[in-house]
Design a binder for this molecule. Structure first.
Ligand SMILES: C[S@@+](CC[C@H](N)C(=O)[O-])C[C@H]1O[C@@H](n2cnc3c(N)ncnc32)[C@H](O)[C@@H]1O
Length: 234
């Protein structure tokens, strides 16, 4: 069954913009997630657009869009709380992809002064985030390349962020040590009393479900959510 789905993804699927992008950039890439958030079916020929619509409506991608809404809600609360406490709002996202969910919230909460640093290890994502910030008319956002698992480069971030975000990252990596290094880097980076907003997936989670339902072999490499729980506050 999976090989049939996979075959379909490689043949008919090529007519769909989203599936083509998945093969090109990765089905778990920042660009694919951004396409899923945008949720505007595109494709070659009406058949291609119909396949794309079905792809975007699959259960896993619907879950990813719900996750974005929940993430934005938590982010909004953290921003308002930080501001209410009279502290500066300085956001840091360590693997932002194009960062649509953060950038939309910065624009929505424009009455609160804030700055943001968006990092990703792929130049194409840093560039996409820069373009999107420009499109949204945001000035106080900086983008840069950076490794989300490098303790030293996280710990050295200045000025110290007050809200750190990790979305759709840790669950992609099966090994505990890099996640632990990253969290320790964030603990050193974030101002005391700041917030960490992160997503964690149950097994297989929305991304795992999406990849799984297209016959793509990512589920086995996802970090189970129980592994995340052992990194609670020390
Ligand atoms: C599933 S996407 C999530 C993107 C975005 N945070 C979101 O939730 O929509 C995973 C992102 O992590 C980035 N990434 C993967 N490994 C990384 C690393 N070691 N350092 C920084 N970014 C990384 C990828 O380039 C990609 O943009």
């Amino acid at each position: 069954m999976f090989s049939l789905t996979r075959f379909g993804m490689k043949t008919l699927g090529r007519l769909s913009r989203g599936i083509q992008l998945g093969w090109e950039a990765g089905f778990d890439s920042g660009r694919t997630l951004d396409y899923v958030y945008e949720n505007k079916p595109q494709g070659f020929t009406p058949l291609g657009r119909a396949v794309d619509r079905a792809y975007l409506n699959s259960i896993g991608w619907r879950g990813i869009r719900v996750r974005k809404i929940n993430l934005q809600k938590v982010l909004r609360d953290a921003i308002q709380q930080t501001h209410k406490e009279g502290r500066p709002v300085r956001l840091l996202d360590i693997a932002s992809g194009p960062g649509r969910y953060v950038l939309e919230i910065i624009r929505e909460q424009s009455q609160i002064p804030m700055s943001a640093l968006l990092r990703d290890y792929k130049p194409e994502n840093v560039e996409a985030a820069r373009r999107l910030a420009e499109e949204l008319g945001l000035k106080n956002v900086t983008m840069m390349l950076g490794d989300a698992f490098d303790h030293g480069s996280l710990a050295a971030i200045k000025p110290k962020p007050t809200i750190a975000i990790v979305s759709g990252l840790y669950e992609l990596f099966p090994a505990n040590q890099p996640v632990s290094d990253s969290l320790r880097g964030l603990a050193d980076a974030v101002e005391p009393g700041g917030y960490l907003v992160y997503t964690k997936s149950g097994s297989p989670g929305p991304l795992g479900t999406a990849l799984d339902s297209f016959g793509l072999p990512a589920k086995s490499s996802l970090l189970p959510s129980e592994n995340m729980d052992q990194f609670g506050p020390e």
